[in-house]
Write a protein that binds this ligand. Structure first.
Ligand code: G3D
Length: 177
């Protein structure tokens, strides 16, 4: 019986796909990040209407990654993507300091949702190449990340157009999932 259960568990686990949702305001760099993971090339992006979804295998882990549109009109529908999310990647345009309070409110509101109660949070402070960008510690303070409790979270700096910081982000996910 134990052996049968172990085999059943193994076959279920082998097929497991971890769900990642990528959220952030429009123009933060979500689509650039997603396609950097898929192609490792810089891509021309267009504003995301609705969502983009891609599958990625890394270190024998299978991920389904949803890039969710960040325009104001689309933010209300973010919660429809939350169910069974393992990791939320929050992409921040670190040079867009005037909109950080909007993202802070959006982030803390979304984390109240019961479907995200067990999700890990990875914040990517993107556009570190632009002068005037806040560094990850400054973004963390602006977003009040220190108040996050009872969940794993991390903030990393990155520059999506150059791919810098993105391998480390994926590594954190693989190590912590
Ligand atoms: P979104 O999916 O979050 O809406 P996009 O954002 O991926 O469409 O990116 C929005 C714009 O920011 C794009 O420029 C993209 O090239 C740029 N961008 C993304 N990441 C970085 C980065 O790390 N540094 C810099 N300097 N720019 C970045 P365009 O001009 O195509 O609108």
């Amino acid at each position: 019986m134990g052996l049968i259960m172990a085999k059943l568990f193994q076959s279920w686990w082998v097929g497991k796909k971890y769900k990642i949702i990528v959220v952030g305001l429009d123009n933060a760099g979500k689509t650039t990040i997603l396609y950097n993971y898929m192609t490792k090339d810089q891509v021309e992006t267009k504003p995301t209407i609705g969502s983009n979804v891609e599958e990625l295998t890394y270190r024998n882990l299978d991920f389904v990654i949803w890039d969710i549109g960040g325009q104001e009109s689309l933010r209300k529908s973010w919660s429809t993507y939350y169910v069974q999310t393992d990791v939320v990647i929050v992409v921040i345009d670190s040079s867009d300091t005037t909109r950080l309070p909007i993202m802070k409110e959006q982030l803390h509101n979304m984390l109240q949702h019961e479907d995200l109660a067990r999700s890990h949070i990875l914040v990517l402070a993107n556009k570190q190449d632009l002068s005037g960008s806040l560094n990850p510690a400054e973004v963390s303070l602006q977003l009040d990340l220190q108040i996050l409790r009872n969940r794993k979270w991390q903030i990393n700096g990155c520059c999506a157009v150059k791919g810098e910081g993105l391998p480390e982000a994926l590594e954190w996910i693989a190590n912590n999932i």
